[in-house]
Design a protein around this ligand. Structure first.
Ligand SMILES: Cc1cc2nc3c(=O)[nH]c(=O)nc-3n(C[C@H](O)[C@H](O)[C@H](O)COP(=O)(O)O)c2cc1C
Length: 354
């Protein structure tokens, strides 16, 4: 008999994507003794993946109790939970399923490692690609509590380290209040002379997104053709960008607005004034990304409007003085983003210290 696909509600899936640690319970089949252990995990929207990275390395990964149990008895449970002194924020998602191992040097294994390294930068420097990974195929999901409560009880570093660019979303509505909070965060960003040289357009309706996708599509097509891309490649990339626009529940268009800036008689200072405005748009964007993440949303960034500003203002009927720079996408991630996320070491960034 074919197993039914797992039934995660959107709230359960989002909660699982956002938590950083879960407890994995396994049991041997002979004695049935339960064994539970905290694990880092990544969720691809279907399967849950766990790396084997034992420290100290005196036990080969296949001798680990959790692995021996899974090989004997694949039935497992995994619980991800949130604790807070504010008990209105308590919540958990409990997944029952069947587990197995994915051997290295397979496509599935490479994808799981990529996903885990994308979620936990610490895995970048660990040889997790040499060991099998554990997968859990969820069969039954139970949850309790305030799955949707904002994560803002956590300190700012939690948001900075936890945020990732998300490119695929669940079909799940974003509360209007959450979008307001994200915009409010932008309002408090630093700006040159406090002029706040930005304006935002919020798009949620399918029709507006479609209008935009059509208008931008023409420009993308001619740009890609200019780069000498084949018709098939151009079509595929256009389809991808279009789907991304339509798939994101909310698009926030970030525009530069230069009318309130200081005016100088020389071009160089004027250029620097504009540069400061662009820098502050970046600060506003980062405020929004972190606010969105701490509200339980998953933000993404699309630079496409920068390449066709007039098409964007034209399609939406916006003031032509606005200069579109980017879209922030807001919604709930379909799963952990597959893109590998690596960073240079701090030593490379700090070029002078005295
Ligand atoms: C100015 C800027 C433009 C970006 N444009 C895009 C884009 O057009 N498409 C996209 O998928 N990601 C875009 N990104 C997101 C980056 O790819 C992403 O931040 C980077 O890969 C690091 O991953 P992380 O955000 O998950 O840490 C952009 C980011 C910035 C700051």
């Amino acid at each position: 008999m074919k197993t039914e696909p797992p039934v995660f509600t959107a709230e359960q899936a989002s909660f699982l994507v956002h938590q950083r640690v879960a407890r994995l319970a396994t049991a041997s089949s002979s004695l049935g003794n339960p064994h539970a252990i905290p694990v880092c995990y990544a969720f691809d929207g279907r399967l849950i993946h766990i790396a084997l990275d034992e420290k100290p390395k005196n036990v080969p990964p296949t001798r680990l109790k959790r692995v021996r149990n899974i090989l004997e008895n694949p039935n497992v449970a995994l619980v991800a939970d949130r604790y807070s002194e504010d008990w209105d924020l308590l919540a958990y998602v409990l997944v029952h399923g069947r587990a197995g191992l994915v051997e290295p040097e397979t496509e599935e294994h490479a994808a799981a490692v990529r996903l885990l390294r994308g979620k936990y930068h610490q895995y970048e420097r660990m040889g997790i690609e040499k060991n099998p990974t554990i997968f859990i195929r969820p069969e039954r999901v139970v949850s309790w509590g305030a799955l949707d409560a904002p994560e803002s009880v956590e300190p700012i570093m939690e948001a900075i380290l936890g945020r990732r660019s998300v490119r695929r979303y669940l079909d799940r509505e974003v509360p209007e209040g959450a979008v307001e909070r994200v915009l409010e965060a932008a309002r408090w960003a630093p700006s040159p002379h406090g002029r706040q040289p930005w304006r935002f357009a919020v798009l949620t309706r399918e029709e507006s997104k479609m209008l935009l996708a059509e208008a931008m599509g023409e420009e993308w097509r001619s740009n890609l053709q200019m780069d000498g891309q084949s018709v098939e490649v151009v079509d595929k990339r256009l389809e991808g960008s279009r789907n991304r626009l339509l798939n994101a529940p909310v698009l926030v268009l970030l525009c530069l607005y230069l009318e309130d800036l200081d005016v100088y008689s020389d071009a160089e200072r004027q250029q620097n004034e504009t540069m400061m405005a662009v820098q502050s748009l970046g600060a506003a964007a980062q405020n929004m990304l972190l606010a969105a993440y701490s509200l339980g949303l998953d933000p993404g960034w699309m630079c496409a409007p920068l390449f066709c500003p007039e098409k964007v203002t034209g399609a939406l009927g916006l003031d032509p003085k606005l200069i579109p720079h980017a879209f922030l996408t807001l919604g709930y991630a379909e799963g952990d983003p597959p893109k590998r996320r690596s960073r240079r070491s701090l030593d490379e960034f700090v070029v002078y210290k005295d």
